[in-house]
Design a protein around this ligand. Structure first.
Ligand code: SAH
Length: 242
């Protein structure tokens, strides 16, 4: 099941942390790492820290210019955050997060997203996530990036190992992030075509709509249906305005 899981490191600053994160991912059976940014960190440093056991994953690490582009093929996205209370998502404990994603992993690609060492994930990054998880700590909540990757990957690995004997009913194939972004684009266009809201209200409405659909999980054909519905609405409101 872990073959459907990828670690995504957003704009990491230090090659050492990336190397250590890759090593932790390999320790826990995760075989795909994406890096969001303009260029890959210093390869020699990453290889040294990752050790030869994880060198292959450094070699095949993929680079993406933006988080949205990187997430396009994934159907379930988990953000990670040290922060308490500054974002609008509610924070799930890692074990609850694992319980939630285990049934999804059979038929869906899952991304675990980690932020940069200094600032963490932005609200725009978190908007692309279905859920956000936070590792419980004492007062000082900010872990080193690679240590956070290790803990989250461990929880997932352990969840998979433990679940072998348990009954897990796999979730059906969900829409991927790209299909969802098309759907949200159509919904926003439909809202605007109705002309009832003030320009400044759209972010609020879109945040809630994203949150709702993100939480329940939308299948590809449902996303297509909603887009079709919005297109109809847009053409009807367009006709009325003529
Ligand atoms: N100062 C930043 C911390 C960045 S640490 C902040 O306030 O968010 C780098 C990354 O490690 C974070 O973006 C997150 O992905 C992960 N991380 C660090 N501590 C974490 C915690 N307690 N729970 C979950 N993820 C954590």
């Amino acid at each position: 099941m872990l073959q459907n899981v990828a670690i995504v490191l957003v704009r990491p600053k230090r090659a050492e942390n990336v190397g250590a994160a890759v090593r932790a991912a390999v320790n826990m059976g995760i075989g795909e790492i994406w890096l969001v940014g303009d260029e890959l960190p210093d390869k020699a440093t990453m290889l040294r820290v990752a050790t030869h056991h994880a060198g292959h994953l450094v070699e095949k690490m993929k680079l993406s210019p933006s988080l949205a582009t990187c997430l396009a093929p994934f159907s379930w996205v988990v953000g990670t955050s040290a922060r308490k209370g500054r974002q609008r998502h509610s924070l799930a404990r890692p074990r609850r997060m694992v319980t939630e994603i285990l049934p999804k992993m059979a038929h869906n690609r899952v991304a675990l997203v980690f932020g940069p060492e200094d600032s963490g994930l932005t609200n725009d990054d978190l908007r692309l996530c279905n859920m956000v998880t936070s590792i419980p700590t004492a007062d000082f909540s900010s872990l080193n990036l690679a240590q956070a990757v290790a803990i989250i990957s461990y929880e997932l690995f352990y969840g998979v190992v433990e679940s072998r004997s348990a009954e897990i009913k796999p979730t059906a194939k969900l829409a991927c992030s790209e299909e969802l972004e098309w759907m949200y684009g159509h919904i926003e266009e439909a809202l605007k075509s109705m002309g009832h809201l003030k320009e400044t209200d759209y972010p609020y409405w879109m945040h809630n709509i994203r949150h709702f659909f993100g939480r329940i999980g939308v299948r590809a054909r449902e996303a297509k249906f909603i887009r079709g519905f919005c297109s109809q609405l847009i053409s009807i409101t367009g006709e009325k305005k003529k």
